[in-house]
Unconditional design. Structure first.
Length: 448
């Protein structure tokens, strides 16, 4: 039975707003996910004891040094954060609770008729460290569907936003405004014990993840379509409902979305915050790849030889620009997230012109970048491919891509937040120094 999230009519943005109405009927009562929450309740004391013993035995043990270059280079490679949900290895890529991307694709449950893992499964994995059964994943799908209604005041706020406001700014504002529904805020105001912080944080995480596709769909439909959003269907999974609300119902698009939301879900403790996903330093990479590809095709045409591609790569590099989508701060091989998208494309869109060029780049670009000698990793990363998939299925609005990224990354960030509260982790407070203070430190060490 479909649980309606309401009708959003916002196509004109005119003074007729007062004539427009939105309604959000009641949705089925939220059913507590006993299997997942109970499993967490059993895991938390074990992890608490493990960390307590580790700190008691090794609290003064040094595990790394810090260089001046790292201090000025964004703290890269400084071992200073604890994140239990994922680990990035230079040679193997990202691992979610010890499982590689390929292993997740193989082991995590899939929807009936689908071939890609359900994001509900990777969320379960991130929270517990265990591969869930299909039954447990279906429970999460149903639970999220029951929580997906967005508060009326947030719907109205989104409808009132001007079309010039960036989609990520709208998503960030909506997340902030939904604080009105926070179960943690309520529990905290009632004096809940710190040992129980994680319980209401878990509920908030489940609520927010459930509502994010609805918010994201309202933003997309308001900005790029007719403003109407389909109702949630409680018998469908999270990604299928998201795709339907966006207005995309092709089975292979839904499977692509499942893959996208799974592989972008977490990336160690250096996760960018919601407001850091659409700026000059992070989050726009797949958009920059598409812009570079469009410039290439505008200059050379749709059919590109390897020699023409090689010449264009050198032209880009010699102009002082980078080749977007290639290289990675940590990885020293092809990003496994790129590989799984490539395999998906080979099956579903082998003749798509953009994919053909991306495939040629996979062959040509590493050789050129290696010959240039300025990169430690000449191989493609996840962003070299994700935009091409979205373009193929008709989602051509590049400003929106980081919203999809944000919806996916919430799975990892919120899993970590639940564990942060369960383990009583403090706010990270690394020591900052002025350049003058750094010079004095160097003088103490006798550095020349």
């Amino acid at each position: 039975m479909a649980a309606s999230l309401g009708r959003v009519v916002t196509s004109t943005r005119s003074s007729t707003w007062n004539l427009m109405r939105q309604w959000i009927p009641a949705v089925p009562q939220v059913r507590e996910l006993h299997s997942l929450k109970q499993e967490l309740a059993e895991l938390i004391p074990k992890k608490q004891n493990e960390i307590k013993e580790l700190k008691a035995k090794y609290k003064d043990t040094v595990i790394g040094d810090v260089t001046v270059d790292q201090i000025y280079g964004g703290m890269r490679d400084i071992k200073a954060l604890v994140t239990e949900t994922s680990l990035l290895d230079a040679n193997e890529g990202i691992r979610f609770r010890g499982y590689s991307i390929a292993e997740c694709q193989k082991l995590l449950p899939k929807a009936a008729g689908g071939e890609e893992p359900l994001p509900e499964g990777v969320f379960y994995l991130l929270l517990t460290g265990n591969i869930p059964s299909k039954k447990k994943v279906d429970e999460i799908s149903q639970d999220w569907a029951s929580r997906a209604a967005v508060p009326q005041h947030v719907v109205q706020m989104l409808n009132n936003f001007p079309s010039t406001l960036h989609p990520m700014s709208q998503l960030s504002a909506a997340v902030t405004a939904m604080n009105s529904e926070s179960k943690f805020v309520k529990a905290y105001s009632e004096g809940v014990s710190k040992t129980k912080y994680w319980e209401s944080t878990y509920e908030d995480a489940m609520d927010l993840i459930a509502k994010l596709p609805t918010v994201a769909a309202i933003i997309y439909r308001n900005l790029y379509r007719d403003g109407k959003v389909k109702a949630i269907n409680s018998s469908r999974d999270w990604s299928a409902n998201f795709a339907a609300m966006l207005g995309y119902d092709k089975p292979d698009f839904i499977d692509m979305l499942r893959l996208y939301l799974t592989i972008h879900c977490d990336h160690e403790g250096g996760n960018a915050g919601m407001n850091g996903l659409a700026g000059p330093l992070h989050g726009l990479a797949n958009q920059e790849v598409l812009i570079w590809l469009s410039e290439l095709q505008a200059e050379i045409g749709m059919e590109v030889t390897n020699k023409q591609l090689e010449d264009y790569l050198w032209k880009t590099l010699n102009s002082g620009r980078v080749v977007p989508g290639f290289g990675h701060a940590v990885l020293r091989k092809t990003d496994p997230r790129y590989i799984c998208q490539r395999e998906f494309s080979q099956k579903h869109l082998p003749n798509f012109p953009l994919f053909k060029v991306v495939s040629q780049l996979y062959e040509v670009a590493p050789k050129v970048l290696t010959a240039q000698g300025k990169t430690k990793n000449p191989w493609p990363n996840v962003d070299a491919h994700s935009g091409v998939l979205l373009q193929y299925y008709g989602m051509t609005e590049m400003n929106y891509y980081t919203v999809l990224f944000g919806v996916s990354r919430a799975l990892g960030v919120l899993s970590s937040l639940v564990w942060d509260r369960a383990l009583g982790f403090p706010i990270e407070r690394p020591k900052s120094l002025t350049t003058e203070a750094i010079k004095k430190e160097l003088e103490k060490k006798g550095a020349h």
